[in-house]
Design a protein around this ligand. Sequence first.
Ligand code: ADP
Length: 424
Amino acid sequence: VGERLYVGMDFGTSGARYALINKEGTIRAEGKREYPLYMSDETVDWVKSWRTTLFGLLEDIPVSLRPAVSSISIDGTSATTIIVDSNTGEPLCNPFLYNQSCPEALPIVKAIAPPNHTVCSGSSTLCKLVSWWSSLSTPKSSAALLHQADWLLWLLHGKLGVSDYNNALKVGYDPEIETYPPWLLSQPYSSVLPLVQAPGSVIGSMTEDIRTRFGFPKDCVICTGTTDSIAAFLAARANQPGKAVTSLGSTLAIKLLSTRRVEDARFGVYSHRLDDKWLVGGASNTGGAVLRQIFTDDQLEKLSEEINPAEASPLDYYPLQDIGERFPVADPKMQPRLHPRPKSDAEYLHGILESIARIEAKGYSLLKELGATPVDEVFTAGGGSKNEKWIKIRERVLGLPVRKALQTEAAYGAALLAMKGAVQ
Ligand code: ADP
């Protein structure tokens, strides 16, 4: 038997990627595709677009490597929901996109769910399901709810109605007791909910049709996936409690692996299960978007060279693009604070970078206060992670080692899930 390979696919907001890795985690092939735009009745036909992209990515996998593929897993955008006919798999309506809100369903959901539950948000999967269910004159007995990743995986394995507990969190699944809670099971629409497995567990073999069409081996299996942001965390391989990933993109998001589950709706903090551990997350509105309003990426690089990261900046800002913050301070009326602006642009930038680092540190101490495992090492991803001076500033402010994550693509994280499933 030669080298075995594992495929991960990431279906993000603007396009999809694949990564093909070997047992050592080395990337053997990778690629990406934009979503083609198909219209039907003046609305975008997302289902067709995703299906075309999935098969396009399978075609992009080098023919010579396909016979070595042991397993495939896929992550999708969280709370992107498709309701299909449970006999044929055909969609019964347009998919509900991750950020689509169903405000009319929110009071109904709030009336059945415990206060501050993850499903109590207009864009939760449960609100989407309730919205669809209430819009029907006759109940649909043969419907099945799938998340985007579940549906794409279904195209490959053919068993309808399987999900993973990361995707299922926003429909109300409780990963701690590994079941849907009683308040959900007592609802008439509970029959449409998918079966839930741990991310990266084998669902079944690839259908013979697809296997022979593309040249994948007979023992190629399809594994449950996860959400796109969890897949990006998995890519960094921060797999011990206390290891964390800070993503410095347009906003600042932190994710910490913890032995304890912590939740606090005030700060938008909740935990996803990862096997026997919990992935605790929080997202601040500060981040790179503010930097981009003030400096070009070129300026950011040049000005950063002038910064001495060993020196603390006396400037105390709270960089925000708009009014309002949720984490680590819950204050919807918080004003952005970017003054006084010193004459020197390098000093200004130093003050902003240092202030964002303090918000990051405050985020990790809040998670600790809420009961999470204390952070001991930070991996970093996103556009801000390439700034070496900022990494040094953050090491000083956090009092912890900060390292650039070697892998940050969600597709790579999904490939690790495929590997996990195949070697189990
Ligand atoms: P997103 O995907 O969230 O839009 P990215 O991960 O692509 O964001 O990161 C883009 C952000 O990175 C921009 O907001 C920009 O301000 C920031 N950025 C780019 N270069 C640098 C740099 N050298 N130092 C700090 N921040 C940077």
